[in-house]
Design a protein around this ligand. Structure first.
Ligand SMILES: [Zn+2]
Length: 351
């Protein structure tokens, strides 16, 4: 999610909370449930420059979120149960499901004990190449380069640019311009650009990934917990909609096969890498349905409605965003009111 859309959502949340308007509209906007999206669960790093902080929440906030969600009357269920309730139209109590993308080691170290304490099920979406030790966390490598550098030189749009990055403001400006340019171009090329920058600035991307991501043994430890569902997230974490069809297929098929080989069970749930409109669309939704996945989630924002029973491979999620670690926001988020505003009243956003 971009900084701009994050701050827009924050304004909407604050406004709705201040007026309590969300309570009035909740019966129409809340739908039947929601899927929470998390990435890292860890104590604050204390870094001043850390754009990826929006993808981190603390174990304490996870604990509060679970307690608050239950006290608001929601059941907390597994993805299998989300599928079951949608398919069989069992819409008694509202429900949420917790999902974590990418397979960060802190999910095992910090999140699992919290889920265990509350007996809450959750799913981890895992690229097999990440657990192989071959991840390219290019977005974190880029952040590490800009954090370290006082000046970044780069060619964008065939034009040489020089960013002064000695100040926090300079770093944020450079990051936002370079990151969104990289997201707009071919991803193989984008990853090559970050590799070159990393070499120039002495950032070891492989070490960074090894430090952050679970190994297969750690994944197996997590998977032995009956509360855990290990789910699919492609092999190498490319934005699927930008790939030719055969590569899109192989990224998914290889991931399903590898997870089955390593863990003994074929995954039945899937998350689209990046998950935005430019990263996953109807071509991908159809392919996951053809493969017989029970559910597949995007990063499009929204609540679940009974109509999603016909769109099980294009489910929206609610991001538990590191910038919103405030349970007051949670109450507003779970009312669905912000998404009714942001999605202009549309329940489904699946095209
Ligand atoms: Zn991911």
């Amino acid at each position: 999610m971009s900084r701009r859309s994050t701050s827009l959502l924050k304004q909407v949340l604050n406004g709705l909370h201040a007026t309590r308007a969300y309570r009035l509209v909740a019966p129409w906007t809340r739908g039947v449930g929601a899927v929470f999206m998390l990435h890292q669960v860890c104590p604050p790093s204390g870094e001043a420059f850390e754009p990826s902080r929006i993808l981190q929440i603390t174990p304490e906030f996870l604990d509060l979120t679970i307690a608050k969600t239950r006290s608001e009357g929601f059941d907390i269920v597994s993805l299998d149960e989300v599928h079951h309730r949608l398919v069989h139209n069992q819409m008694g109590r509202p429900f949420v499901s917790f999902t974590l993308d990418d397979g960060y080691r802190d999910n095992l170290v910090h999140a699992m004990p919290v889920f265990d304490a509350h007996k809450v099920p959750y799913a981890v979406y895992l690229p097999d190449r990440f657990a192989d030790g071959a991840a390219d966390l290019w977005w974190l490598a880029l952040e590490a380069v800009i954090r370290k550098a006082n000046r970044v030189e780069i060619e964008m749009f065939d034009v040489p640019w020089t960013f002064e990055t000695s100040t926090r403001h300079g770093k944020e400006d450079a990051h936002s311009k370079i990151y969104w340019w990289l997201r707009s171009i071919d991803e193989v090329e984008a990853r090559g650009v970050v590799r070159t920058l990393s070499e120039e600035h002495g950032v070891d991307g492989a070490a960074l990934a090894a430090d952050l991501l679970m190994t297969w043994d750690e994944v197996r430890t997590m998977n032995a917990n009956p509360l855990t569902t290990i789910a699919a997230h492609t092999s190498d974490h490319f934005a699927l909609a930008k790939l030719p069809e055969d590569r899109m297929h192989s990224q998914i098929d290889t991931n399903l096969r590898r997870l089955e080989e390593e863990l003994g069970e074929r995954p039945q749930h899937f998350s689209y890498p990046y998950g935005c409109e430019n990263s996953a669309g109807p071509r991908e939704f159809d392919w996951l349905r053809t493969l017989g996945m029970k559910t597949a989630v995007t990063t499009r924002k929204g609540m679940l409605f009974p109509e999603h029973a016909d769109h099980l491979t294009a489910l929206p999620r609610l991001s538990l965003n590191g910038d919103f670690q405030d349970v007051r926001h949670l109450e507003v988020l779970l009312s669905g009111a912000p998404f009714a505003l942001l999605n202009k009243g549309r329940k489904l956003n699946v095209s």
